[in-house]
Design a protein around this ligand. Structure first.
Ligand code: FE2
Ligand code: FE2
Length: 138
Protein backbone atom coordinates (compact mmCIF):
# COMPACT_ATOMS: atom_id res chain seq x y z
CA UNK A 1 0.00 0.00 0.00
CA UNK A 2 1.00 3.62 -0.46
CA UNK A 3 3.58 5.15 1.87
CA UNK A 4 2.12 8.64 1.37
CA UNK A 5 -0.94 9.22 3.53
CA UNK A 6 -3.38 11.73 2.12
CA UNK A 7 -4.84 14.20 4.62
CA UNK A 8 -7.36 17.01 4.78
CA UNK A 9 -6.04 20.40 3.81
CA UNK A 10 -7.66 23.84 3.98
CA UNK A 11 -7.24 24.16 0.22
CA UNK A 12 -10.04 21.54 -0.03
CA UNK A 13 -12.42 23.74 1.96
CA UNK A 14 -15.28 25.20 -0.09
CA UNK A 15 -16.64 27.41 2.70
CA UNK A 16 -19.80 25.35 2.81
CA UNK A 17 -19.67 23.61 6.22
CA UNK A 18 -21.98 20.66 5.47
CA UNK A 19 -20.06 19.84 2.29
CA UNK A 20 -16.67 20.36 3.94
CA UNK A 21 -17.57 17.97 6.78
CA UNK A 22 -18.56 15.28 4.27
CA UNK A 23 -15.38 15.88 2.28
CA UNK A 24 -13.25 15.52 5.41
CA UNK A 25 -14.88 12.14 5.97
CA UNK A 26 -14.12 11.11 2.37
CA UNK A 27 -10.45 12.07 2.82
CA UNK A 28 -10.22 10.11 6.09
CA UNK A 29 -11.77 6.99 4.53
CA UNK A 30 -9.48 7.24 1.49
CA UNK A 31 -6.44 7.61 3.73
CA UNK A 32 -7.53 4.52 5.65
CA UNK A 33 -7.94 2.64 2.36
CA UNK A 34 -4.35 3.42 1.41
CA UNK A 35 -3.22 1.99 4.76
CA UNK A 36 -5.07 -1.34 4.43
CA UNK A 37 -2.95 -4.26 5.60
CA UNK A 38 -4.30 -7.08 3.47
CA UNK A 39 -7.11 -8.06 1.10
CA UNK A 40 -9.74 -8.49 3.83
CA UNK A 41 -8.85 -5.20 5.47
CA UNK A 42 -8.86 -3.45 2.09
CA UNK A 43 -12.30 -4.78 1.19
CA UNK A 44 -13.75 -3.65 4.54
CA UNK A 45 -12.26 -0.19 4.10
CA UNK A 46 -13.47 0.04 0.51
CA UNK A 47 -16.97 -0.98 1.63
CA UNK A 48 -16.92 1.87 4.18
CA UNK A 49 -15.80 4.30 1.46
CA UNK A 50 -18.50 3.10 -0.94
CA UNK A 51 -21.21 3.43 1.75
CA UNK A 52 -20.00 6.95 2.50
CA UNK A 53 -19.85 7.85 -1.21
CA UNK A 54 -23.41 6.69 -1.88
CA UNK A 55 -24.68 9.15 0.75
CA UNK A 56 -22.15 11.88 -0.07
CA UNK A 57 -22.99 11.88 -3.78
CA UNK A 58 -26.73 11.57 -3.21
CA UNK A 59 -26.67 14.59 -0.88
CA UNK A 60 -25.01 16.69 -3.58
CA UNK A 61 -27.34 15.29 -6.27
CA UNK A 62 -30.30 16.25 -4.10
CA UNK A 63 -28.99 19.80 -3.61
CA UNK A 64 -28.57 20.05 -7.39
CA UNK A 65 -32.13 18.83 -8.01
CA UNK A 66 -33.61 21.15 -5.40
CA UNK A 67 -31.86 24.24 -6.80
CA UNK A 68 -31.99 23.25 -10.48
CA UNK A 69 -28.22 23.64 -10.64
CA UNK A 70 -27.48 24.08 -14.37
CA UNK A 71 -24.51 21.63 -14.79
CA UNK A 72 -26.17 18.95 -12.62
CA UNK A 73 -26.05 16.27 -15.32
CA UNK A 74 -22.30 16.51 -15.75
CA UNK A 75 -21.68 16.49 -12.00
CA UNK A 76 -23.99 13.51 -11.36
CA UNK A 77 -22.32 11.57 -14.17
CA UNK A 78 -18.94 12.01 -12.46
CA UNK A 79 -20.42 10.73 -9.20
CA UNK A 80 -21.96 7.71 -10.95
CA UNK A 81 -18.73 6.94 -12.80
CA UNK A 82 -16.48 6.95 -9.75
CA UNK A 83 -19.00 4.99 -7.69
CA UNK A 84 -19.21 2.32 -10.42
CA UNK A 85 -15.42 2.21 -10.53
CA UNK A 86 -15.18 1.65 -6.77
CA UNK A 87 -17.77 -1.14 -6.99
CA UNK A 88 -15.94 -2.75 -9.92
CA UNK A 89 -12.62 -2.64 -8.06
CA UNK A 90 -14.33 -4.20 -5.04
CA UNK A 91 -15.50 -7.12 -7.21
CA UNK A 92 -12.09 -7.58 -8.77
CA UNK A 93 -10.14 -7.31 -5.51
CA UNK A 94 -12.48 -10.02 -4.16
CA UNK A 95 -11.12 -12.10 -7.06
CA UNK A 96 -7.55 -11.36 -5.98
CA UNK A 97 -6.54 -8.46 -8.26
CA UNK A 98 -4.56 -6.62 -5.58
CA UNK A 99 -2.70 -4.45 -8.10
CA UNK A 100 -6.04 -2.74 -8.74
CA UNK A 101 -6.44 -2.16 -5.01
CA UNK A 102 -3.24 -0.11 -4.93
CA UNK A 103 -4.16 1.78 -8.09
CA UNK A 104 -7.55 2.84 -6.79
CA UNK A 105 -6.08 3.98 -3.46
CA UNK A 106 -3.49 6.05 -5.34
CA UNK A 107 -5.85 7.50 -7.94
CA UNK A 108 -8.84 8.44 -5.76
CA UNK A 109 -7.08 11.38 -4.07
CA UNK A 110 -6.16 12.83 -7.50
CA UNK A 111 -9.72 12.38 -8.73
CA UNK A 112 -11.19 13.90 -5.58
CA UNK A 113 -8.89 16.94 -5.49
CA UNK A 114 -9.88 17.70 -9.09
CA UNK A 115 -13.58 17.03 -8.45
CA UNK A 116 -13.61 19.35 -5.43
CA UNK A 117 -11.75 22.11 -7.28
CA UNK A 118 -14.17 22.00 -10.22
CA UNK A 119 -17.60 20.36 -9.79
CA UNK A 120 -18.05 20.70 -6.02
CA UNK A 121 -16.56 24.19 -6.03
CA UNK A 122 -19.13 25.36 -8.61
CA UNK A 123 -21.92 23.74 -6.62
CA UNK A 124 -20.80 25.30 -3.32
CA UNK A 125 -20.62 28.75 -4.92
CA UNK A 126 -24.10 28.25 -6.35
CA UNK A 127 -25.56 27.05 -3.03
CA UNK A 128 -24.13 30.09 -1.22
CA UNK A 129 -26.11 32.44 -3.47
CA UNK A 130 -29.53 33.63 -2.29
CA UNK A 131 -32.43 31.68 -3.85
CA UNK A 132 -33.53 34.61 -6.03
CA UNK A 133 -30.07 34.95 -7.54
CA UNK A 134 -29.93 31.16 -8.20
CA UNK A 135 -33.13 31.45 -10.26
CA UNK A 136 -31.75 34.33 -12.30
CA UNK A 137 -28.62 32.28 -13.11
CA UNK A 138 -30.60 29.39 -14.64
FE1 FE2 B 1 -18.42 16.13 -2.87
FE1 FE2 C 1 -19.54 16.12 -6.17
Amino acid sequence: MSSIVWAWSDRLSLQYPEMDATHQEFVTLCAQLSQAEDQTDYLLKLEALIAHSVQHFEQENQWMRETQFPPAGCHQTEHDTVLSLMQEVHRRVCDGEMDLADRLAEELPHWFEHHVATMDNMLAQFLRKPALEQNLTV
